[in-house]
Design a protein around this ligand. Structure first.
Ligand SMILES: NC(=O)c1ccc[n+]([C@@H]2O[C@H](COP(=O)([O-])OP(=O)(O)OC[C@H]3O[C@@H](n4cnc5c(N)ncnc54)[C@H](O)[C@@H]3O)[C@@H](O)[C@H]2O)c1
Length: 466
């Protein structure tokens, strides 16, 4: 079978780093034949990596879409506010589309996307990567097996670490809800997608509360300068210091080690945090250690396309990621709770907050026969299942292989997308998954409305899944 020919719209962080490497790893399955990207450096780097001829390198999605269809698939990884127009153009042109989440930043645009996909009978896959993780799939399997009995209550937490919050939602691209999206949509459309999917039932009612409590000028502990490197008097103690987060990288590695289930990797990271000089020395003889000592991945690649220590330092001296967290133009919440009632009576709370010590999601599912607890972080994940009567406890390691992003969800999503495009057509399960994605987005919009207007909202799923 020939490889799927794909065009990439938006060769940024996600497009070029999370999804495109699949084509390099499995060239017999996926090949990039064109790229649309306004940033010259990103465009040429992508073209070079994927051997794309000059005439198929475009400066914008509009130019690419003026061209006759170039392949079977379009991968769209532009920023949140630039999803709808290129995706609709691609669907109309005949491409099967893989579209980053959130599908769109307004409910009517999300609906329009699904309508266009159905009208044109082109597949629309939304990058809800959690669904593709071994972790979420295992939780679903356990719940659906009945071993926990009837599910009474779920406490699901999206524990965004303090440094990730500062990076993405205070200094970064998702800091301002008008310019991007409300945080409950940007961060939790994944969670709102998997909860009904794991439980096999739909929410019927929700309410929500939350606010931006900490990252505001009036919460600065002392008078701080605009940037961490401008002689900030609390730089050495502030957890959000850009030097601490991006140069020393200690919070990142700490988070990683706390959720890592591989004892060797865990020990290496712990040792690196204690004695970086020793591990750097050993990396000369054991090159695999350079994955840690010379780490150049997210979030550094957001600061600079070439994250050498010098470039990273330059970026925090002059770019947005060096700003004091108390002097940014952010307005998104730093904590929000969504409280839901599901159709079979299950109560579910989704807590999202940006002050977690380590980056992870945690899930507690309480049933009439047992309890499930799950943790998924950037180092790995696990699930425990305990039966009430026998008190038997089962531990399941759900960690993906080292280096696989989003608990292994990124690569599995690509594998299933490529497979679906290869099989072609417009299968019912893919149409349904797009509708479920739409539903999760509408839940996020409802949660935001409930928070802002302090009201309880009744939810109906009938129109989606007749
Ligand atoms: N699935 C996930 O878990 C996940 C995780 C992180 C981010 N995201 C989402 O992925 C999307 C991309 O995020 P990112 O961090 O890669 O952003 P990014 O800014 O790094 O990349 C977006 C790219 O789109 C390009 N672009 C802008 N205008 C364009 C145009 N007219 N035509 C073509 N390209 C254009 C930009 O130059 C940039 O390179 C966002 O919607 C984000 O919310 C999803």
């Amino acid at each position: 079978m020939k490889p799927v020919r794909a065009v990439l719209i938006g060769a940024g962080q996600r497009g070029s780093e999370a999804y495109a490497p699949y084509a390099l790893k499995y060239p017999d399955q996926l090949q990039f034949v064109a790229v649309a990207e306004p940033d010259e450096q990103r465009r040429s780097r992508f073209a070079l990596t994927h051997a794309i001829p000059r005439e198929y390198c475009f400066e914008s999605w509009e130019e690419l879409m003026e061209h006759p269809q170039l392949g079977e698939a379009a991968i769209i990884a532009t920023q949140d506010w630039l999803h709808t127009r290129p995706a609709i153009a691609a669907l109309k042109k005949g491409y099967h589309v893989l579209l980053e989440k959130p599908m769109a930043t307004r409910p009517e645009e999300c609906r329009q996307l699904v309508e266009e996909s159905e009208k044109n009978e082109r597949q629309l896959h939304i990058c809800h990567v959690l669904r593709y993780t071994r972790h979420a799939r295992k939780m679903r399997e356990i719940v659906q097996s009945g071993i926990l009995g009837e599910i009474i209550d779920v406490d699901h937490r999206e524990n965004v670490s303090f440094w990730h919050m500062a990076h993405s939602y205070v200094r970064g691209n998702w800091r301002n809800s008008e310019q991007s999206s409300p945080m409950i949509l940007a961060k939790c459309c994944h969670d709102l997608d998997i909860l009904p999917w794991i439980l096999g039932q739909w929410p019927i009612r929700l309410s929500s509360s939350g606010e931006l409590t900490h990252f505001r000028a009036d919460k600065a502990p002392v008078k701080t300068p605009e940037r961490c490197v401008e002689g900030c008097p609390i730089e050495k103690e502030c957890p959000y210091s850009a030097i601490h987060v991006y140069v020393e990288m200690l919070p990142f590695w700490h988070s990683y080690s706390q959720t890592c289930t591989n004892p060797v990797n865990k020990a290496i990271i712990a040792e690196y945090m204690r004695r970086p000089v020793l591990i750097r020395f050993l990396a000369r003889f054991f090159p695999s250690l350079k994955q840690v000592t010379e780490y150049k991945g997210w979030p550094l690649t957001v600061l600079t396309q070439d994250p050498t220590p010098e470039k990273v330092f330059q970026a925090i001296q002059s770019g947005p990621y060096g700003r004091c967290v108390y002097h940014c133009d952010n307005d998104v919440v730093d904590h929000q709770v969504v409280s839901m009632q599901f159709e079979q009576g299950t109560t579910v709370t989704l807590t999202m907050h940006g002050h977690s010590h380590i980056e992870h999601r945690s899930t507690r599912i309480e049933g009439t026969r047992g309890r499930l607890m799950g943790v998924l972080g950037n180092g790995g994940g696990w699930i425990t299942v305990e039966e009430h009567r026998s008190r038997k406890k089962k531990f399941i390691d759900t960690s993906p292989p080292v280096g696989e992003g989003h608990g292994g969800g990124d690569i599995q999503l690509m594998a299933e997308f490529v497979n679906a495009v290869r099989e072609g057509g417009y299968p019912e399960n893919i149409q349904r998954a797009a509708r479920e994605a739409l539903f999760s987005h509408l839940l996020a919009f409802a949660a935001e409305e409930a928070r802002l207007q302090k009201k309880v909202i009744e939810i109906s799923h009938e129109e989606f899944f007749a």
